[in-house]
Design a protein around this ligand. Structure first.
Ligand code: HEM
Length: 313
């Protein structure tokens, strides 16, 4: 039944696939934190009044990750990768962008995603479960090429494009508004490895490669927004947008490893619901559910209830 799964159901389904291990993020368990600087373009300010888009350089914290819930996952195997960005605003508060390599989400609802996780549970019956899932979710069949592309092995965390998937409403200084979807595009262009080349790389090659790359120069990503047209869905992250209007709203330069965060009791959560003045979450049910699922994951990995520290769903 639509709308019936709980964050605990999601964690249980993730655990069934080998994720949700105590002490680690339930998904995207293996990742590395970096520091960077974001500078918005003048177009950003025209589209949105949010303080980090006013053109002054903004300190950022970035986490690159493997999507799997297995903290010991080899880097050189197929799988979705994540890029999450936390911008520090002038008043010391933060706002987050959370993106991954899939151009579209597999489902329009949390229920669909949890059903997929349940179907993916390893075991002898897995192929039958997956066939039954595809038979009852025929739209996923159409999305298979998108999902295959999302699972390619990048040559570097800095040579793959990441997508925010959900729609956010950007409000400008005059109160004008539009819905946008986020894309983080590598200035180095996209580059991937074959399955055999991926397996030949070391377990941690994505972090090692990026660290080496940053010794020479910062790694740049363009922050681009896709502006939705009247027929584009603002609530379904599995539906492509027909309107191809893209605007570059800033450049994010990754400068080096972060050495400060996630030591001792420090907790870092990248939550797409953590917005700021000028940015409003859409009514996408997957977006709203994520915040609650991330709180359940934080409880699992740190023992801490986010409570009021979590953005309101
Ligand atoms: C119902 C749908 C989803 C569920 C249940 C889910 C679940 C999770 C969980 C439990 C975590 C670990 C959170 C933490 O401990 O901080 C996580 C991390 C993450 N998820 Fe999702 N997720 C969903 C959809 C998405 C979507 C649509 C995107 C992409 C736009 C996404 C991108 C990420 C990224 C990038 C991370 C890693 C964040 C970090 O590095 O800290 N997720 N997800």
């Amino acid at each position: 039944m639509a709308g019936s799964v709980t964050p605990d159901d999601a964690i249980a389904a993730i655990r069934g696939t080998g994720g949700a291990q105590p002490g680690y993020r339930a998904l995207h368990a293996k990742g590395t934190l970096y520091r960077g600087t974001f500078t918005a373009t003048p177009e950003a300010q025209r589209l949105c009044r949010a303080p980090h888009l006013d053109g002054s350089p903004v300190p950022t914290l970035i986490r690159f990750s493997n999507g799997s819930g297995n903290p010991n996952q080899r880097d050189g195997v197929p799988g979705v990768r994540g890029m999450a960005v936390k911008f520090t605003l002038p008043d010391g508060s933060t706002t987050d962008v959370s993106a991954q390599t899939a151009r579209l989400f597999v489902s329009s609802t949390p229920d669909g995603f949890v059903e997929l996780l349940r179907a993916m549970r390893p075991g002898l019956a897995a192929p039958i479960r997956m066939a039954a899932f595809l038979a009852t979710h025929p739209r996923v069949l159409g999305a298979l090429p998108v999902l295959r592309a999302a699972n390619r092995i990048p040559a570097s965390y800095a040579t793959v494009e990441y997508h925010g998937l959900h729609a956010f409403r950007w409000v400008d200084a005059d109160g004008g508004a539009r819905f946008v979807r986020y894309h983080l595009s590598p200035a180095a262009g996209e580059q991937f490895l074959s399955a055999s080349a991926g397996l030949a790389r070391g377990r941690e090659f994505l972090t090692e490669e990026l660290n080496g790359r940053l010794e020479a120069a910062p790694a740049r990503f363009e922050f681009r927004v896709q502006i939705g047209g009247p027929k584009d869905s603002t609530v379904d992250p599995s539906a492509p947008w027909a309107r191809g209007e893209f605007t570059t709203v800033g450049a994010l330069d990754i400068t080096g490893l972060d050495t400060e965060r996630e030591h001792g009791d420090d907790i870092v959560v990248f939550d797409p619901m953590r917005v700021t003045d000028g940015i409003e979450p859409s009514d996408d049910p997957v977006l709203r559910f994520r915040s609650q699922a991330y709180s359940a994951s934080v409880k699992l990995r740190t023992g801490v209830d986010r409570g009021p520290a979590a953005p309101p769903a």
